[in-house]
Ligand binder design. Structure first.
Ligand SMILES: [Mn+2]
Length: 411
């Protein structure tokens, strides 16, 4: 049998408030095209269909349409990720009726209650899949646990669930007929991140081991956005990763979907298939001339741009737009040497003393600069204000109007 494994679509995602609809259209179009060519017997989505817990109607329609296009080619099973709403998945599942073409697995269930499913493969084969949707650390998985295990670590609890699912996979297992698959939305310790995963949900508290992963032909994992094999020798499985780069941490990642050829009693053959993944993301830092030189390689990428200047340049946003005509600039900043404090003197006499407001502000300006006005004037004004507050008097800032004007001209 042939399996198409996809994951982490994050439909509805914005990058720096820039819609990613066109990128999702391109990437999901590629996935549907790949399914048309490869003719899988099953499509498995390992979670985070949506970016938000309450997706908008347009996003729901968009994702469901993509799943329907896949379902026209093969049955589809979707496992809930940490970004997905289990309640919404339950509702979607209910609307499918008794013999659904698209199944939504909302949460961890015991094997006999939907935790393990038998689906038809090719030539009388049976694809037997165990599901491990995302488990929040603070939720009870009551049907798996008695009260004595509530204090176990997340990893230990997941291990118990995996053991239970393994018993379900093994019940009546026929090596000449059954292909075993494990589908999870889970962080496995040792996997490399993209940086766009929700930080808490890839923290050490959520790290699990693959010690007790059921012995399956293929383990389909979601949650980590960088496509990669599972971090353990002897386990055949992959994180399919997200189909588009979701954030600037993923600039250089090759996105993919995974095709798996599996036969009963044989190791699976796993083939990652490269996806174009919509527009690329680029971070550009340099002088305007350097950015102009890089322009041919930038194309229609989403860009984060830092322009290095000697003096504040008015109208910089327009100038950058002119040198990168096809790009979408989602963030623009100016690194201007005149607005940075060049010399940071050690003013603190007593090394153990806490730094005062002036020292902290000076350090901030030295690091971040200002948005146009000269740094020394900004620092002087700030110090005048601090002194006025300390002396409980009204500050006189004869300089302020001029300073604001300078800032306006500068930006
Ligand atoms: Mn995700």
């Amino acid at each position: 049998m042939r399996l198409l494994h996809v994951s982490d679509w994050h439909v509805g995602r914005q990058t720096y408030r820039c819609s990613r609809v066109s990128d999702h259209e391109a990437a999901l179009g590629e996935i549907v095209e790949l399914a048309r060519e490869a003719r899988p017997h099953l499509v498995l989505h390992t979670g985070d269909v949506f970016d938000g817990f309450r997706p908008g109607y347009a996003e729901m329609a968009f994702a469901v349409e993509a799943l329907e296009e896949l379902a026209a080619l093969a049955p589809v099973v979707v496992v809930a990720g940490n970004h997905d709403s289990p309640a919404l998945f339950r509702l979607f599942d209910r609307l499918q009726g008794a013999d659904p073409r698209i199944r939504f697995v909302d949460r961890v269930r015991p094997p006999q209650d939907g935790g393990v499913l038998d689906l038809p493969g090719a030539d009388g084969e049976v694809v037997r899949i165990a599901f491990l949707p995302f488990v929040h650390a603070n939720r009870m998985v009551d049907r798996f646990e008695d009260a004595t295990t509530w204090t176990a670590t997340y990893s230990e609890r997941i291990q118990r669930i995996e053991e239970e699912l393994e018993r379900g996979l093994a019940a009546g297992y026929d090596p000449s007929r059954h292909v075993l698959v494990f589908a999870a939305h889970l962080y496995v310790s040792g996997a490399r991140f993209s940086g766009s995963e929700r930080p808490l949900h890839v923290s050490e508290a959520y790290a699990t081991r693959l010690q007790r992963l059921p012995n399956v032909s293929y383990a389909a994992f979601g949650h980590i956005h960088l496509p990669q094999p599972l971090p353990r020798r002897g386990v055949t499985g992959r994180y399919a990763g997200s189909p588009i780069p979701l954030d600037f941490g993923e600039e250089r990642e090759q996105k993919e979907a995974v095709l798996v050829e599996a036969e009963p009693g044989r190791p699976a053959v796993v083939t990652p298939v490269a996806l174009g993944g919509g527009r690329r993301l680029r971070t550009l830092v340099g002088t305007l001339d350097e950015i102009r030189e890089a322009a041919p390689t930038v194309g229609d990428a989403l860009c984060r741009v830092t322009v290095c200047t000697d003096e504040p340049v008015p109208d910089l946003t327009r100038l950058v737009g002119e040198v990168l005509p096809a790009a979408t600039v989602v963030e623009m900043s100016e690194d201007c040497s005149a607005t940075r404090l060049e010399v940071v003197e050690a003013i603190v006499d007593d090394a153990d003393a806490e730094p005062g407001f002036s020292e902290l502000f000076r350090a901030y300006l030295a690091e971040r600069g200002t948005r146009g006005a000269r740094a020394n004037r900004v620092l002087r004004t700030f110090e005048t204000l601090v002194q006025a507050v300390e002396a409980e008097e009204t500050a006189r800032l004869p300089d302020l109007d001029e300073l604001l004007l300078e800032r306006v001209r500068g930006s």
